[in-house]
Ligand binder design. Sequence first.
Ligand code: HEC
Length: 112
Amino acid sequence: MKRWFVWMLGIVTLIAVPLALAQKGDAVAGKAVYQKKCATCHELSGAPKAAIAKMMKVEMRDLSSKEVQAKSDEELSRNITQGTGKMVPVKGLSDADLQNLIAYLRSLKKPQ
Ligand code: HEC
């Protein structure tokens, strides 16, 4: 009886842990979305693409910078789905895409 319980606990943990991690967003999956949807204007490192900034006549901040990283996940999501300043909203992102993107953006943060 006891051994059965330990087995069940093990199985539940094996299922629950990846699920919990998936909910927080996956930076690797986020990078793939970023490459498709963001990399025309933002470098993979988060740095602005100089040609785009020049063309749009805007000072773009580095997405890895303190200022951008200080924004909450909600604010970043809003910037992406509703646009911010001269950035137009990015369409066609699922909730999971968005969470993965946020995880990727957080992974760009430079160690202080
Ligand atoms: C067509 C070009 C373009 C695309 C595509 C684009 N962006 Fe932007 N993004 C910009 C520009 C330009 C700004 C600066 C806007 C301003 O400050 O007026 C910006 C600003 C931002 C900001 C706010 C930075 C700050 O200063 O607070 C975030 C966050 C951001 N982009 C994330 C993304 C993500 C994530 C994607 C992909 C899902 C994406 N962007 C796609 C052009 C783009």
